[in-house]
Design a protein around this ligand. Structure first.
Ligand SMILES: Nc1nc2c(ncn2[C@@H]2O[C@H](COP(=O)(O)OP(=O)(O)OP(=O)(O)O)[C@@H](O)[C@H]2O)c(=O)[nH]1
Length: 359
């Protein structure tokens, strides 16, 4: 999928950078261009990307300090500047725009839903969101902000891929301490997914096509991406279990939103040397995923790559009924109970259209 990335806020800018770098290192060419937008000049300065500073007349380049309503207002006021910066990058080859943001802060949390809405008004290609959920150790404000932002962005975007900071929390390590490694790992999942339909090596109808990724994401709502890999034998016949166990691990332990396995649609891309990929293994894995997700709509195919390993990239779409999402919303609800002055209950807001959301 030839994509244009827009990072909003600090996490958005860093993740967009990690994604662009992964795509370039792998030589995929799926990330065609990228831009970072922020209200804080200091967060934009270190990024190796073109940048747009918004809200200068109101916050003088100092950020919004976690106020996502202000983040949303500033994006609304300056969206023309952002759209102007994007216009020359929106060439005919672009198949999707991905707006990347941490949902728990201020600028990304408030600004990303506004930008998604504006982009959807102007362009016909799908506008996806890539949102980072705060870890459970992060403060109440992060949880509340993310709850409201999530509700709004899911409504505005064609699909919202969620990355849960807790999914990467290794024992004893703080989320803050591990951002660089977390971002690399997130970038690998999403970068492979974007590149899955771009594979040019190898032919055959079993190769995953960009339209299959887009059609899977048509389930809308929230999505998750999983990844796992293992060494493979040279002979495809010996790799039946290698393929099935890579797909299982991608879902059971490698998902960007852990346990989000109740899905409306799925896609399994088996990456590796086509001579090593077991057809039987790929078919078994697809059937297993149908059972695991309860969806009959599970697509599958190869992602030809030069490698002596076999990797599985799994996309699950329409995962909003999952336990993990409920857990997050309960956390946000609890945060509101603990800090009653912190805006409306995001969990109720998520399920109740009568309650105001961010936009
Ligand atoms: N995965 C990941 N999460 C991050 C990173 N940086 C911040 N976060 C998370 O993002 C949320 C905070 O959002 P930020 O992007 O820092 O905030 P912002 O959008 O710049 O908003 P303001 O700083 O309030 O203007 C928190 O949940 C952080 O844990 C990062 O590099 N990687």
């Amino acid at each position: 999928m030839k994509a244009l990335l827009v990072g909003v806020g600090q996490a958005g800018g860093k993740l967009t950078t990690a994604l662009s770098e992964f795509d370039a290192e792998m030589g995929f060419g799926a990330v065609r261009d990228a831009l970072a937008v922020n209200t804080a000049a200091a967060d934009l300065d270190p990024l190796p990307l073109d940048t747009v500073l918004i809200g200068q007349s109101r916050v003088s380049g100092h950020g919004v300090g976690g106020d996502n309503e202000l983040g949303s207002e500033l994006m609304d006021e300056d969206s023309i500047e952002v759209l102007d910066a994007l216009a020359p990058r929106m060439t005919a080859e672009i198949e999707a725009v991905v707006v990347v943001a941490g949902l728990g802060g201020g600028t990304g949390s408030g600004g990303a839903p506004v930008l998604v809405r504006e982009l959807s008004r102007v362009y016909d290609v799908p506008i996806y969101a890539l949102g980072v959920l705060p870890g459970r150790d992060e403060g109440a404000l992060y949880q509340v902000n993310a709850g409201r932002s999530l509700k709004t962005i899911v409504r505005e975007a064609d699909a919202t891929i969620l990355l849960d900071n807790d999914a990467w929390r290794s024992a004893g390590e703080s989320v803050e301490g591990g951002y660089a490694a977390i971002n690399e790992s997130m970038a690998k999942r999403v970068g492979l997914l974007l590149a899955a339909g771009e594979a040019t090596q190898g032919v055959g109808e079993s190769v995953v096509d960009t339209s299959e990724v887009i059609n899977t994401l048509r389930a809308g709502g929230m999505a998750a991406v999983g990844y796992a890999s293992s060494p493979a034998a040279e002979d495809a016949g010996e790799n039946v279990n290698t393929v099935t166990s890579a797909v299982r691990s991608a879902v059971m332990t490698g998902l960007s939103l852990p346990s989000a396995t109740d899905a409306d649609a799925g896609l399994v891309a088996v990456a590796g040397d086509p001579d090593r990929i077991s057809r039987k293994g790929a078919e078994k894995a697809r059937k297993w995923l149908q059972e695991e997700t309860g969806s009959m709509q599970v697509r599958g195919g190869d992602f030809p790559m030069n490698s002596d390993r076999i990797a599985a990239v799994v996309l699950l779409a329409g995962v909003e009924r999952s336990k993990r999402v409920e857990e997050f919303l309960e956390r946000a609800r609890q945060a509101v109970r603990d800090e009653p002055e912190a805006k409306p209950d995001p969990a109720t807001a998520f399920h109740n259209d009568e309650i105001d959301d961010l936009l």
